[in-house]
Design a binder for this molecule. Structure first.
Ligand code: B3K
Ligand code: ZN
Length: 888
């Protein structure tokens, strides 16, 4: 397979003005008639027409109604000698029932769905399948009426009616031009929750959430999330809903979370369906973000789209930023907003930082790819969102909103680049630091890798000054050995030793207003800042709110971190101080070589501080839960040069056990204090209470494991049985399973019996077991058993993920086995999945991305397992690209 390179971009040789599609839908053989009005792009040299296709059966090609001569070059249909404008008619068939890749037109539970991003439309018809070709679509759907009563496509329904032989039709016209990746159709037996809303300008819109008939009682939350999203985008950015009708449809077979097709979003059921009996608080909150995310794409993605796939973060980074802001703005107070921010940063640091340090590292705007599906990454999405967030920090919230307005004014209806976006934000804020530093700022788009900011503090008692010296660096990444300095906004404050926040007086800027938080914009490799009028050595609170996606090094003393943990008015850094203390203990024990068993890892000061947070009457439960959760094994591993995953696991488990036992009565207290009163409500405050009660239960069961006591496991089983919502029920089940208590077995059996008809709950059941602690080395055997369970299916991505990914990617202590059996099993699953669904296989293939950091014997065994996959002659280019990079 050949790499596509960003620098090779060329405008299309042809434009497609209109597309008129007729579908005769049949699972075994769907007929697609595609009539296009095409026109030569006179700005580029004359070239033949090359249309993309994939797994299509071609029956007929007509140019202006006449049979035309064409040739095939690989998967492309090529036509030479064409007039400057013409009508092209292409007739093809395809087989949706056999489409296990879930790209293009496929069947899920007897319903037709499409997925076209990035390059799936070519599996439906021959086309210029690239995002800079935008056309007007009209779509005729024809199918058997009783099997497929609902027929949907983008835009407005303009006509429908009956046809002979029990068939019927529906005709849809999309009023907006769009690239092919935003095309969608759905046909099947579905029902809809409907809501009519009136926009600010008085315009009426019809909102619909389509699901299978048994699921209608689980659509209220998704509908409310959609209504909130519409109101938010209008209020925050002045972006209204531009369609008469906005539809969401849920399918249980989907490669990812959801898809923003214009007016017809298609969702994984996981991000639509929720009621209190089947969905957890986390599910509710994910649904809200994903519904928001897809809705926000209606502007950032659909109205203004990407010129080419290298610009993917133009829409994804921006839209993640928008959904993060949306979720924060829905929070009732600053504490809940901070909790959301901490959760987002945790994802970035546990998934994106490793990606940026591994073989798949790529810039937010990549330079090349073999398979674009592999580049729907945490770097494009989450790091891309951080880059947009830094722009907002540099121009201010109002300035950023102005920039967004300018961006949409300038580029509405066009396919543009990341440069266009940054330019619009800067142009709307000509006096800003962003405008002054734009070329350098854009290194965030071109340079991969996570910058490191090493910081030293120096207190001068005589001059009463405090100086911070910063040094930034960025390690080489594949293809980029040397990095230029980044623009890094560092928000900081100073605390006195007693915890009081100081007013800042910047040396050299005596006129500036006295503030308590200041954003310093680093641009050089070395830089420093001095504060005047400081009476004693302060404790710096650096990178508040995680103001840039960097690693911050500062040699804090334990005492300084304890001061921050107890006092920092910035909740992010308050949480971060606790994480740093825990990390420090973990790393010193891991690298010491001392026995883990029988060692007390955490010192009394840390345990007391954790008790202090847990018992603190002024802190919210959600925040407490975050502080009392230790850094993950993945995050700990990232801080080490050489990783022995078993040792990392053992040390973290020992720390957990210590916190469980040492805080036993505090956990009891916290559990009692955080009981639900009143009706279930998934709002952040109540969800936080349930989260802390859940963590308390895990700790109480862990402590019981150590002491042999059976009171709390018994109570936990009772809670599991009586729970009035899935969050409490699942947390109780999790406490029994993760503490390895014997009662877990009956709870699991009961859970399956209750929820056997709820696919999303059964996913949780599989996932919990595949992710369970490997106390006797038998999780691999359990996972193999689970794959033989009648409810298991490799073809359903959610189910495959619930077992295989939960084991390989989310259960390091069980997966990294000294006998290599986990790796061998993984390589077999990658190979097996690759033949069914390359996108899912290629994701799984990334489970050992960080193999080169592993200690022996893991390192060699992991490499061998990757090589075993790479040796297969028949791999998809998706999986091949991943394993080739891993071995490079
Ligand atoms: N844009 C889609 C992702 C498509 C993935 C294609 N492999 C969902 C989203 O980001 O909203
Ligand atoms: Zn998106």
């Amino acid at each position: 397979p050949v790499a596509v390179r960003r620098e090779d971009y060329a405008a299309p040789a042809w434009w497609i003005d209109t597309v008129d599609l007729t579908f005769d839908l049949d699972p075994a053989k769907t007929r697609v008639l595609n009539r296009m009005r095409m026109r030569r792009n006179t700005d580029v040299p004359v070239q033949p027409l090359r249309l993309d296709g994939d797994e299509l059966n071609l029956a007929r090609v007509l140019v202006n109604g006449q049979g035309a001569s064409f040739r095939m070059e690989g998967d492309q249909l090529v036509i030479d000698a064409l007039p400057d404008a013409f009508e092209l008619e292409i007739f093809t068939t395809c087989c949706p029932a056999k489409n296990t890749k879930l790209m293009g037109l496929f069947v899920s539970e007897d319903t037709f769905f499409t997925q076209c991003e990035a390059e799936g439309f070519r599996r439906i018809t021959y086309f210029l399948d690239r995002p800079d070709v935008m056309a007007s679509y009209q779509v005729m759907l024809r199918a058997n009426r009783s099997a497929y009563p609902v027929l949907l496509s983008n835009g407005n329904l303009v006509e429908q009616g009956d046809l002979p032989e029990g068939r019927h039709y529906a005709k849809w016209v999309d009023p907006f031009k769009k690239p092919s990746y935003l095309f969608a159709l759905v046909a099947g037996k579905l029902v809809a929750r409907e809501q009519r809303i009136k926009a600010r300008n008085g315009k009426e819109h019809l909102l619909q959430v389509y699901v299978r008939s048994g699921d209608l009682d689980k659509t209220e939350h998704a509908m409310n999330s959609l209504i909130h999203s519409i109101a938010w985008d209008e209020a925050r950015f002045g972006l209204p809903l531009d369609l008469d009708r906005f539809m969401i449809v849920a399918t249980s077979d989907f490669n990812m979370g959801a898809m923003e097709n214009k007016g017809l979003n298609i969702f994984n059921t996981k991000y639509v369906l929720a009621n209190q009996a089947t969905a957890t608080d986390a599910d509710y909150s994910n649904i809200e973000s994903v519904v928001g995310h897809e809705y926000f794409h209606n502007w950032s993605g659909d109205r203004v789209t990407c010129r080419d796939w290298f610009q993917l973060s133009l829409k994804e980074g921006l839209t993640v930023f928008r959904d993060q802001e949306f979720s924060q703005d829905l929070c009732a107070d600053a504490s809940a907003r901070a909790v959301k921010r901490i959760e987002d940063v945790r994802v970035l640091r546990t998934s994106q930082f490793p990606e940026d340090a591994g073989p798949m590292a790529h810039p937010v705007r990549p330079d090349s790819y073999i398979e674009i599906s592999n580049f729907y990454t945490v770097t494009i999405y989450e790091k891309g969102a951080e880059v947009v967030r830094m722009m907002q920090t540099l121009v201010g919230r109002k300035g950023f909103a102005r920039g967004i307005t300018l961006y949409f004014e300038r580029h509405d209806g066009h396919a543009v680049t990341c440069d266009d976006f940054a330019q619009a934000i800067a142009d709307a804020n000509p006096e800003s630091e962003l405008a002054a530093l734009l070329p350098q700022f854009k290194r965030w788009y071109s340079q991969a890798g996570t910058p490191r900011v090493a910081t030293q503090g120096h207190y001068d008692a005589v001059a009463r000054t405090y100086t911070l010296n910063f040094t930034q660096s960025c390690a080489p990444t594949p293809g980029q050995s040397i990095k230029e300095p980044f623009v890094i906004p560092v928000t900081l404050g100073l605390l006195a030793q007693d915890g009081q926040e100081l007013t800042l007086h910047l040396a050299g800027d005596e006129d500036a207003d006295a503030v308590r938080s200041h954003t310093l914009v680093l641009t050089q490799q070395h830089e420093s800042v001095t504060f005047n009028g400081i009476d004693s050595e302060p404790v710096p609170s650096i990178l508040r709110g995680f103001s840039a996606p960097v690693r911050l090094d500062f040699e804090y003393t334990d005492a300084q971190l304890l001061t921050l943990l107890a006092n920092d008015p910035d909740p992010f850094n308050r949480w971060e101080a606790g994480q740093r203390l825990a990390l420090r203990s973990a790393i010193s024990l891991i690298t010491s070589g001392a026995d883990v068993v029988g060692t007390t890892t955490l010192n009394d000061a840390f345990v007391d501080a954790m008790r202090g947070v847990l018992r603190n009457p002024t802190l919210d439960s959600a925040f407490k839960e975050l502080v009392l959760t230790l850094p993950s094994e993945t995050y700990i591993a990232e801080q080490l040069e050489v990783v022995d995953p078993q040792r990392v696991h053992a040390v973290r488990e020992a720390m957990r056990a210590q916190l469980a036992t040492a805080l036993f009565s505090d956990w009891e207290w916290a559990y009692e204090q955080n009981q639900d009163t009143g009706a279930y409500n998934p709002d952040p405050l109540s969800a936080g209470r349930r989260a802390l009660a859940g963590l308390a239960l895990v700790n109480l069961c862990l402590a019981a494991r150590a002491s042999g006591d059976s009171v709390w496991p018994g109570k936990t089983l009772q809670r599991f049985k009586d729970a009035g919502n899935m969050t409490d029920r699942f947390n109780a089940l999790n406490a029994l399973v993760s503490s390895g208590h014997a009662l877990a077995q009956q709870a699991l059996a009961r859970f399956h019996a209750i929820f056997k008809n709820e696919a999303l709950v059964i996913d949780k059941w599989f996932s919990l077991q595949a992710g369970s602690p490997d106390r006797g080395g038998n999780v691999l055997a359990l996972v193999k058993q689970l794959m033989k369970h009648p409810d298991f299916s490799l073809k359903n991505p959610n189910r495959a993920r619930s077992v295989i990914f939960s084991y390989c990617s989310a259960n390091p202590g069980a997966f990294h086995r000294a006998d290599a059996a986990g790796y061998v099993w993984w390589s077999d699953r990658v190979i097996e999945l690759d033949a069914i669904n390359p996108q899912v296989a290629a994701r799984l293939a990334r489970a050992l991305d960080r193999w080169s950091k592993l200690a022996e014997p893991y390192r060699s065994a992991a490499r061998e397992a990757i090589a075993r996959i790479a040796a297969r002659p028949d791999l998809s280019k998706d999986t091949q690209e991943v394993v080739t990079r891993a071995l490079a």
